[in-house]
Design a protein around this ligand. Structure first.
Ligand code: AMP
Length: 304
């Protein structure tokens, strides 16, 4: 089944306690697309870059079978640029720079060949732009997953609330769930957010795993305790891409498949953090993913 991913395709400059990078390729749609491509063979990206973006980086997406017909290249303009610095706990970070550049007036064009898509991932982007994509699809996809971040809560809360109403699943991190709901307890936060429209809510808690809420059901997924975490950038997008990519592969949406999808998403995210940028998730093997899934199962299974 085919999957559209819309989101930022970007340059990032990252600083962690283990090192620093110059501009490297990042962006929410980049991470999510790569992660989804391990499960779903028809991943289609919608995004925009400037002509400073290298063809070899677009080729790398295409090598993963990702369709880039919906990726606009703006002549004479600069790609979106984000820079962040992680604290020592690696779980929190400060955004140092957000230069929207081509994203400032991004008008997402949906190629005709994308119109039959059944799954839609609205990766991190201005909520109004995310909404435009839903409106420009002739048929509503079977499943719409939306990711967002505090940046948009700070500057576009009204648009964000409107867009949240239109989606099936919202994925955000714990701090963002608290900001969005005004509640400290994640249980109370989830109850409030589920009233805003989505049927399902996933709260990502970094190295502490993720929670899935649906009506009165809750599922808690662990994160794999890793000896080395180099760079958490993109882990949330990788998680979301792995999650929806897996669901697109199995084709049936229910709570149980979603639980499995969370484990697949978490497994992909656990690879992402092992190296800077997209390096690790560019070259995974099926075997590596299978071994990691088994580690997740072992980590959290017990009998009483
Ligand atoms: P994550 O670590 O999963 O939150 O995602 C990090 C990625 O999000 C980076 O590669 C950035 O390029 C991208 N990003 C950061 N800020 C924004 C923003 N305001 N809108 C869209 N993408 C962003």
């Amino acid at each position: 089944m085919s999957l559209i991913i819309i989101g930022s395709v970007a340059f990032d400059a990252i600083e962690t306690p283990f090192g620093k990078t110059d501009k490297i390729v990042g962006g929410a749609a980049t991470y999510a697309g790569l992660a989804a491509s391990y499960f779903c063979k028809k991943v289609k990206i919608v995004g925009v870059v400037g002509d400073d973006f290298h063809q070899k980086d677009i080729d790398a997406l295409q090598k993963h079978g990702i369709d880039t017909e919906g990726l606009q290249i703006k002549k004479g303009e600069k790609s979106f640029f984000w820079s962040g610095k992680y604290h020592n706990d690696m779980n929190s970070r400060d955004t140092l720079v957000t230069e929207l550049n081509v994203l400032a007036d991004f008008d997402p064009i949906i190629p005709e060949s994308y119109q039959d898509c059944e799954y839609l991932m609205l990766a991190n982007l201005a909520p109004k732009t995310q909404q435009t994509v839903i409106q420009r699809l002739k048929n509503r996809p079977k499943l719409i997953v939306m990711d967002t971040m505090n940046f948009w809560m700070d500057i576009a809360m009204e648009d964000l609330l409107e867009t949240i109403k239109m989606v099936d699943i919202l994925t955000i991190n714990d701090a963002e769930a608290r900001q969005l709901s005004g509640e400290f307890s994640l249980v109370k936060a989830a109850a409030k957010i589920l009233q805003m429209g989505p049927q399902y809510l996933i709260i990502k808690k970094g190295e502490h795993g993720a929670l899935l809420f649906h009506k009165d059901q809750v599922f808690s997924a662990p994160a794999l305790p890793l000896a080395e975490v180099f760079d958490p950038t993109g882990a949330g997008d990788t998680f979301a891409g792995g999650f929806i990519g897996y669901l697109a592969k199995v084709g049936t949406i229910n709570f149980n498949n979603m639980k499995n999808a969370i484990i697949f998403g978490s497994a992909l995210a656990s690879f992402c953090v092992e190296k800077f940028g997209t390096e690790r998730i560019l070259n995974l093997t099926k075997e590596e993913i299978e071994v990691r899934i088994k580690e997740f199962v072992k980590l959290s299974s017990f009998s009483i």
